[in-house]
Design a protein around this ligand. Structure first.
Ligand SMILES: Nc1ncnc2c1ncn2[C@@H]1O[C@H](COP(=O)(O)OP(=O)(O)OP(=O)(O)O)[C@@H](O)[C@H]1O
Ligand SMILES: [Mg+2]
Length: 256
């Protein structure tokens, strides 16, 4: 049986009778890089807030690591890192000094700072002030902050939003490396299909609060291939004609 790090059942969030998230059954397997795809206003951030216990569901449940979030909240959340809004850092401090603040709050050993800097590839710049960083570097620092303390699950809400193309590439490469480097499960939300295709191995598509698809990227791609069934006589001549027009043709035996 597959082990799920995130499992929601009938998860629903209403704001004044408006359902931002409806009856969501998310299943994120352990070790997955799960792309949570949906247009603006689809309910991605609301879902991530529910997963972090920042807001309460109207209906349904959240299980992380097979434990009920409402019953084991603090224990569960100590294993989860997140980047929900633009990360907060002090521009006049260095990357290292910024992470030192996080380290103190979380009461982690000093070595955690260098480890996090190494993962996001900022070690070389650790003594530079953040105000001199590019947007991509700032976002990498935000991710470093969120993963400090051996997080087993990372929830990143649109981590490439607002970055220039170079920044987007940097973050993309970093995210792809995370499951292996940290032995973690990663969920990233995005409104860009192409980005999810480039990064994720599992995909959930949310639209107007409802999950329209969930599965592997390969399953999604297979589904995307439309098929038109044509009955023709003479069959082979019709097939040849369509092939010449550039269609992929398969001849199937008549089923009726
Ligand atoms: N606190 C709130 N009160 C009322 N409505 C809300 C609240 N939070 C979110 N909504 C509404 O719920 C819907 C889903 O919002 P959400 O922020 O989850 O979408 P999203 O997929 O993250 O979109 P985006 O891509 O713009 O970030 C939207 O219609 C939004 O206006
Ligand atoms: Mg959002």
């Amino acid at each position: 049986m597959e082990q799920y790090v995130i499992e929601t059942r009938g998860l629903t969030k209403e704001f004044n009778k408006f359902a931002a998230v409806k009856d969501l059954n998310l299943r994120v397997p352990k070790g997955a890089l799960y792309g949570f795809l949906g247009p603006n206003g689809a309910g991605k951030s609301t879902t991530i807030r529910l997963l972090l216990g920042l807001i309460r569901p109207t209906k349904g449940t959240v299980h992380l690591f097979n434990q009920d979030l409402t019953k084991h909240r603090l224990e569960i959340l100590s294993r989860v890192g997140s980047l929900v809004e633009t990360p907060s850092y002090y521009e006049h401090l260095t990357a290292y000094e910024n992470l030192e603040i996080t380290r103190k709050i979380l009461q982690l050993p000093k070595k955690e700072i260098d480890k996090a800097l190494e993962i996001v590839k900022l070690s070389k710049w650790k003594n530079q002030k953040v105000k001199h960083f590019s947007s991509g570097m700032k976002q990498r620092l935000g991710i470093a902050q969120s993963l400090m303390g051996n997080r087993e699950l990372l929830l990143l809400d649109e981590p490439t939003n607002g970055l220039d193309p170079a920044g987007v590439r940097e973050i993309r490469e970093l995210i792809i490396s995370l499951p292996e480097m940290m032995n973690a499960t990663v969920l990233i939300s995005s409104h860009i299909l192409n980005e999810v295709e480039l990064i994720a191995d599992h995909v959930g598509i949310i639209h107007r609060g409802k999950l329209l698809f969930q599965g592997t990227l390969a399953e999604l791609k297979a589904r995307g291939r439309g098929e038109i069934i044509i009955k023709a006589n003479p069959l082979h001549q019709a097939a040849e004609f369509l092939k010449r027009k550039g269609y992929a043709v398969a001849i199937k035996k008549d089923s009726d």
